[in-house]
Write a protein that binds this ligand. Sequence first.
Ligand code: ZN
Length: 120
Amino acid sequence: MKHITEEQLEELRGALGAERDAVEEELATYGRVQSDSGDWQGSAEGGGIEPDPNDAADQIEELVVNVPLVEELEKRHKDIVGALEKMEEGTYGVCEAGEEEIPFDRLEANPAARTCVSHA
Ligand SMILES: [Zn+2]
């Protein structure tokens, strides 16, 4: 990744770390980690408390909203963690589809980008 300087890489690493923390915080708010598979799962707030019949409908509604959100957050989290791993391996900033170098401008806009613009 000669097209990215050490300085730029540090900047992107910082951005990825901050975004990972923010996504993990959101996942903790909207979901919970399922210990057997490690997957994040959507959960209605107040889970574990004896359900009030009047709250049950609200909780189901909340689950419907939360599950796609959690899936979106989980996908984002995977991309961020994957990008950080690639930084460790020295393969960061390379398009996963065509192996072109991803321009810094694109990485700056989305540090977790896995492909160049033409393969996005
Ligand atoms: Zn590409």
